[in-house]
Structure formats: structure tokens, C-alpha cells
Design a protein around this ligand. Structure first.
Ligand code: ZN
Length: 389
């Protein structure tokens, strides 16, 4: 199994300059050979249109380096890797009808790939052309079986995404659970664990709005506008980091405890059409959480069951099956007029979600599930606000 670890890099000024050159050179090689391949294909040879292969372009790159000497400053494997990627993009265009390869711009995601020649010594990551090593955050233990390193830039920070091989096999957990995702509570499990949303996100959302308002007042093309754009990007980055950390903690705690998880399908299509900021931030958080949950469950060979979003999970009484049409969004407690059930609204919904999922895959509904305090304990240990209902 291949796993990835993302560590923040702290390059010196000189190293940062060289990293920037790597981003630029890999982009330049991509663009140059995209153009070369386009022109080659446009000219028929012996009445036939032929394309170049990755190998052809690699030979051409070796020749080119004699003229374009600044390319020699760059790790040659990373440059070659750009050609491999370009070739993949062409193949995928012809085979799977994905988009035609685009020219890359400075504004696009900045990265370069290092396929070999790396190791970690102390708190330094040694990669080709950086033999003295680039400092990284000490807290991370870099695994030994590294497969590939991708260096990226996000606003003004540098990261190394380290892909490595692990032999460990995770055990599939026993428990069965339904999860209700919400705004008041981030999630509620059918055995009564409620995880509160991250406070810090609310604060940062406000900050983001403020910085965006400031940006709208700056003159187009001005220096101050450019500075303000970086400020806005940094708030976005903070939100992303906090959310990723939060979602990792919550999804890990869930997979440790449960082997079968039922969750509502989140309409991703609808999400992208949403322009409300707070709503879109919440949605992105859910989407990321679900992605993490999904791959972590795959590692353990566990089962993730999705049910439709519009099944009446909140209005249905989880004990007697009565549907309460008059339930308002503001009602935090579900009170059933038929069987007198009284419980937290989200807990009732999560039990329904679990039951609907189990019915969907033809499994029996458990009679009684005690509060699973292990999940709650694990999450509070991670500094999250958790309640048991
Ligand atoms: Zn009832």
C-alpha cells in the first residue's frame, strides 16, 4: 500500500530560489515539449500523422540542454518526469477522451516531482541538487521506503509530499454506525457521539470575509491589491490546514472503531453551484471528510454504505417509524407523538441513516447499541469538542 505524508519545508533563501527555478524549469519543459509535440503531429510524414513518444522527447531534451544551459542547474530526473507526465496527459486524451494537455502558467499549481535519490537525515530532506538538505518540520518522522517526492508551493509555503510504501495491514474494525453530518454538530453517530464543528473555522471565515471586502476596495493592478491577494490566499490556506487536520482526526477515530459506516450521499454537483461562502466552506469540509473516510476504510477493507440525501432521515421516528411532518429546522429535540420517543434530533437522524443503510445492503438492524465511548475518548484526546448523547 502506498501512503503519503505531507511535510512543510523550510528552505534557506538560496534554496527557495533554486526551488523556484525547479518549478519554473519543469513548467518550461512541459510547455516547450507540448509545443514540439503539437507541431510534430501537425506535419504529416509519408502521408501519415505521427506523434512523438516520451522517449523521443527525452532524447530531444538531452540535446536541448546543450543550448539551453540553465536547465543543467535543475535535477534532470525532475525535468524528465515532466515529459513522462506530458506523455501520460496525451495518452489519456487519446484513450479516455480527457481534456487536451494545456500549457502551464505561473498561476497554476506549482510543483515538481522527484522520482529517486532522496533520503531524510536528521531534520533535513536530501533531494538531488539540494545535497545539504532542506529543513522540514521536526515533528514528522519520514519513513524509509520512499517511492516518490512531490515538492509543491502553496501561497508562500513549500511542502514535500512524500509517497511511501507500507507493509502493515490494518484490521477491519467491528462496529456498525450511521453518521449524520450537520452544521450545528459536525457529525453525530448512531451510538451517540457528537463532534462539534471547529471553532477556529468560524473565526477564520469572518476574517476571510473581512479580507475579501478589503480586497474589493483596492485599485486593480495596484501593489496594494497584490499584497491583499496574498493575504486572502493565506486565510484560505489557514482554513484548509485547520480543516484537513480536523478531518484527519475525526475520520481516523471512526475507522478505528467501525467496520461498517453508513453516511448520506452529499450531492457534489449541487455543491459546486453554491456561492454562499459559509455554506461552501462547510460543504468542502464534508467533502474532504468523506474522501478521507472513504480511503481509510478501503485500507481496512471496511464497508462504506451511502444512502440518498433526500430520504426522510430527520423526520422519521427511529423507534416506531412515524413520520413527523411538522419537524422544524429549529427543533433540536425529536419528540414522537406516537411512541413518546424523545432524543437529540441528529442522533435520531443518524440511527435512521444507519438503519436505511443496513436495509439497503440486506443486513439486520442491531437491537441496541450502547454509547461507544472509545470514539469520544479518542477524539477528545485529539483536542476536539465531543459530547456523548
Ligand atoms: Zn415514534
Amino acid at each position: 500500500m502506498i501512503k503519503a505524508l505531507k511535510v512543510r519545508l523550510y528552505p534557506t533563501k538560496e534554496q527557495a530560489v533554486l526551488l523556484e527555478k525547479h518549478f519554473g524549469a519543469c513548467r518550461w519543459v512541459w510547455n516547450h515539449f507540448l509545443d514540439v509535440r503539437n507541431r510534430y503531429y501537425a506535419e504529416p510524414r509519408n502521408g501519415k500523422k505521427k506523434g512523438l513518444t516520451a522517449f523521443d522527447t527525452m532524447k530531444m531534451l538531452t540535446m536541448l540542454k546543450k543550448e539551453v544551459t540553465w536547465l543543467n542547474e535543475i535535477n534532470s530526473q525532475s525535468l524528465q518526469h515532466s515529459l513522462v507526465e506530458l506523455d501520460k496527459a496525451f495518452k489519456s486524451f487519446f484513450k479516455h477522451n480527457t481534456g487536451y494537455p494545456n500549457f502551464r502558467s505561473k498561476k497554476d499549481h506549482q510543483y515538481f516531482i522527484i522520482p529517486s535519490g532522496f533520503r531524510a537525515v536528521g531534520n533535513r530532506l536530501i533531494i538531488p541538487k539540494f545535497q545539504e538538505g532542506i529543513k522540514y518540520r521536526d515533528a514528522c518522522v519520514i519513513p524509509s521506503e520512499i517511492k516518490q517526492v512531490i515538492v509543491t508551493k502553496d501561497v508562500e509555503r513549500y511542502y514535500a509530499s512524500i509517497q511511501y510504501e507500507v507493509n502493515e495491514e490494518f484490521q477491519r474494525s467491528e462496529g456498525i454506525v450511521g453518521i449524520d453530518m450537520g452544521i450545528k454538530a459536525f457529525l453525530t453517530t448512531s451510538d451517540g457521539v457528537q463532534v462539534q464543528p471547529l471553532n477556529v473555522l468560524r473565526k477564520k471565515e469572518k476574517k476571510l470575509r473581512r479580507e475579501q471586502r478589503r480586497l474589493s476596495r483596492k485599485k486593480k493592478g495596484s501593489k496594494n491589491r497584490k499584497k491583499q491577494i496574498v493575504r486572502v490566499q493565506k486565510v484560505h490556506q489557514n482554513i484548509r490546514d485547520a480543516r484537513t487536520d480536523f478531518n484527519h482526526k475525526v475520520s481516523s477515530a471512526i475507522v478505528k472503531q467501525y467496520g461498517t459506516v453508513v453516511i448520506e450521499n452529499l450531492g457534489i454537483q449541487n455543491m459546486q453551484r453554491n456561492h454562499n461562502l459559509a455554506k461552501s466552506i462547510t460543504d468542502q469540509g464534508w467533502y474532504q471528510f468523506k474522501q478521507m473516510l472513504s480511503y481509510k476504510m478501503q485500507w481496512r477493507n471496511a464497508e462504506l454504505i451511502e444512502i440518498g440525501r433526500f430520504e426522510p432521515s430527520s423526520k422519521l421516528c427511529s423507534r416506531c417509524g412515524n413520520i413527523k411532518h411538522g419537524l422544524k429546522l429549529s427543533d433540536r429535540t425529536y419528540r414522537c407523538e406516537v411512541c413518546d420517543l424523545e432524543m437529540d434530533r441528529d442522533l435520531n437522524a443518524s440511527i435512521n441513516i444507519r438503519n436505511m443503510g443496513l436495509i439497503k445492503v440486506g443486513k439486520d438492524i442491531p437491537e441496541f447499541t450502547p454509547v461507544e465511548s472509545a470514539t469520544a475518548a479518542e477524539l477528545s484526546k485529539g483536542g476536539l469538542r465531543v459530547a456523548t448523547l
